[in-house]
Design a protein around this ligand. Structure first.
Ligand SMILES: [Zn+2]
Length: 136
C-alpha cells in the first residue's frame, strides 16, 4: 500500500450515471430538454429553464471555449500537490452549458480566455473518467 494521499473522486448518482458512463466511453453526454431545446448541465431531474421533466441524454461535440480560469499554485488537498501548477477553468461548451474543469495539454501560462478547447477523458484507476479539456 502506498502512503500517497488519494484524490477525491466523483460519486455518480442514478441521475448523473449517464454522464459518467459517457466519459468512460470517451464521449461527452448532456441532457437536452425536449420542451425548450436547451442543453442542461449539471444533470438534473427537470429543466431549469422551463421545468419540463422531458430530458434526453445526447452526445455533444466536446468543443468549447475557455470562459475563465485560474492557475492553481498551492494545492488545496495533499493529493494534488504533484500537479501544481495546474489550470482550473470554466469552459463554455459549444452547446451552451458551462462546466468546471481543468485545461491540460499545454503550459498553464499558455491558457487564455476564449481559447478554443476540446474534451479529453482522463481515466482514473478507479474506472471513473474525468472531463478535462485541451487546446483545440
Ligand atoms: Zn426546458
Amino acid at each position: 500500500m502506498s502512503d500517497q494521499p488519494r484524490k477525491p473522486l466523483p460519486k455518480p448518482s442514478p441521475l448523473s450515471q449517464p454522464f459518467w458512463d459517457g466519459l468512460a466511453a470517451g464521449e461527452l453526454r448532456l441532457q437536452r430538454c425536449d420542451g425548450c431545446d436547451t442543453y442542461v448541465f449539471y444533470p438534473r431531474p427537470y429543466c431549469p429553464r422551463c421545468l419540463s421533466e422531458a430530458l434526453t441524454w445526447r452526445a455533444v461535440s466536446g468543443r468549447g471555449r475557455v470562459y475563465t480560469y485560474t492557475i492553481v499554485r498551492r494545492a488545496m488537498h495533499p493529493a494534488f500537490q504533484p500537479d501544481v501548477p495546474y489550470v482550473f477553468a470554466i469552459v463554455e461548451l459549444e452547446e451552451g452549458p458551462r462546466v468546471e474543469t481543468n485545461v491540460v495539454g499545454c503550459s498553464p501560462e499558455d491558457v487564455r480566455v476564449e481559447m478554443p478547447v476540446k474534451a479529453v477523458y482522463d481515466m482514473t484507476t478507479a474506472g471513473i473518467a474525468l472531463l478535462k479539456f485541451e487546446p483545440a
